[in-house]
Design a protein around this ligand. Structure first.
Ligand SMILES: [Zn+2]
Length: 404
């Protein structure tokens, strides 16, 4: 742990300078500090005493958290947790709001309006360290506080929105071009403009460094005919900041695609879409469109599949195993058009055979095999993606499954 905290103050000073935009809080020359995605949502708790100066401070604190949470182009989430008796700037596992009412209560000397102290894990994440806690102290010793923008007092929501912006990793801005922004490092009595975010504050939290869309990593996108449907599957290894997917289909050879899904497809990888409305025997192409939280899109594909004939004659087909992903055992259905030699094996992604589930003669029509996730030596396979391959009549079909 980096136990020596970094500190950022809000001050009353007259600002002169130029620039703008948004900046990150740097821990050292090479690392800024932000929360790990896996640590979201970040919960803040208010000290139960609040401030003696007004009655709506807790509502104002919660509103300041909501302001950042509600940015639709960022996936960052704050929670407002139950009140606490904690009332100091200390690494104790609680992200805290509190008012210091005496000079001795203030964590640092000075007549700053508020101060946010933060700690990181020191774990090197490349160009950032993971924030593990921040404590926000409002200076009730030097200032009176208000929940309604009263003159001669500091507005709680105004200052809290700024301070919680620091908790996201946004740094103070001290130039003239930034004076309207929530992250402007100066404030004044009665000011409320920091309650609402400006374009550059939103751009900061929505950046790729912080909590915006960072692109998806598509590992696989595949359309394949099942026994009575076409199953479209895709596997992604990262999709942070994604809103969901659209799936489009066109007849092979035609240019015009139609969207198949009504609402955005969301969930978790691997994704499956069963297309059951098609002309039997026709060949279709499928496109996958990823839609990010800012409304941007990225398109993958096409992948092509020929629909089952639907005339009752068995075709060579291999269905998606069920259930998939697999945790204990799974069943694999396939059909073959003619009686003959059939082989079905499971392979890892390097092509090494894990087990032969069947190798012998089979009748025309549908068949089903069970797999209990054990390899040839009777040992359960490791979690991951596996291939299974059906060979029959000189042809073969390969599909994927996910073992958890
Ligand atoms: Zn500040």
């Amino acid at each position: 742990m980096n136990r020596v905290p970094a500190v950022t103050y809000l001050l009353i000073i007259v600002a002169i300078g130029y620039a703008g935009a948004w900046e990150l809080i740097y821990w050292d020359a090479g690392h800024y500090a932000r929360w790990k995605d896996s640590d979201l949502p970040v919960t803040y708790r208010a000290n139960e005493s609040g401030t003696p100066d007004c009655g709506g401070e807790f509502t104002a604190l919660e509103a300041s958290l909501d302001t950042w949470t509600n940015v639709t182009t960022s996936y960052f989430d704050f929670n407002y947790g139950p009140k606490t008796s904690k009332k100091d700037t200390k690494l104790d596992g609680v992200n805290l709001f509190y008012w210091a009412e005496t000079q001795a209560d203030l964590p640092y000397a000075g007549n700053y309006i508020a101060v946010n102290t933060f700690w990181t894990s020191g774990e090197d994440m490349g160009d950032w360290y993971a924030t593990v806690e921040t404590d926000i102290c409002f200076n009730g010793y030097h200032y009176d506080w208000s929940d309604s923008g009263e003159s001669g007092k500091m507005d709680v929501q105004n200052i809290a929105t700024h301070e919680t912006g620091h908790a996201l990793a946004l740094a103070d801005l001290y130039d003239v071009g930034s004076k309207e922004f929530t992250m402007c490092g100066y404030s004044s009595y009665g000011e409320t403009k920091k309650r609402t975010l400006e374009y550059d504050d939103i751009r900061g939290i929505s950046s790729a460094e912080l909590y915006g869309y960072t692109g998806i990593t598509l590992e696989d996108f595949e359309a394949a005919a099942g026994l009575d449907n076409i199953e479209v599957t895709w596997v992604v290894s990262s999709e942070t900041g994604l809103a969901g997917y659209n799936l489009y289909r066109a007849l092979d050879g035609e240019a015009e695609y139609a969207k198949l899904n009504a609402a955005l497809i969301s969930g978790e990888s691997p994704y499956y879409y069963l297309d059951e409305e098609f002309e039997p025997g026709m060949t279709y192409k499928y496109l996958l469109e990823a839609v990010d939280i800012a409304g941007g899109t990225e398109t993958f594909g096409p992948d092509i599949a020929t629909a089952p004939t639907g005339d009752g004659r068995p075709v060579l087909s291999l269905a998606q195993n069920s259930p998939n992903p697999v945790t204990n055992d799974t069943s694999i259905r396939f059909s073959i058009p003619e009686a003959g030699r059939v082989s079905l094996g499971v392979y890892d992604l390097t092509g090494r055979k894990v087990i032969t589930l069947y190798d012998g003669d089979a009748n025309a029509g549908e068949h089903e095999l069970e797999w209990d996730l054990r390899g040839d030596r009777g040992v359960r396979v490791a979690p991951g993606v596996y291939l299974y391959r059906l060979m029959a009549g000189g042809e073969n079909v390969v599909r994927k499954m996910v073992v958890r």
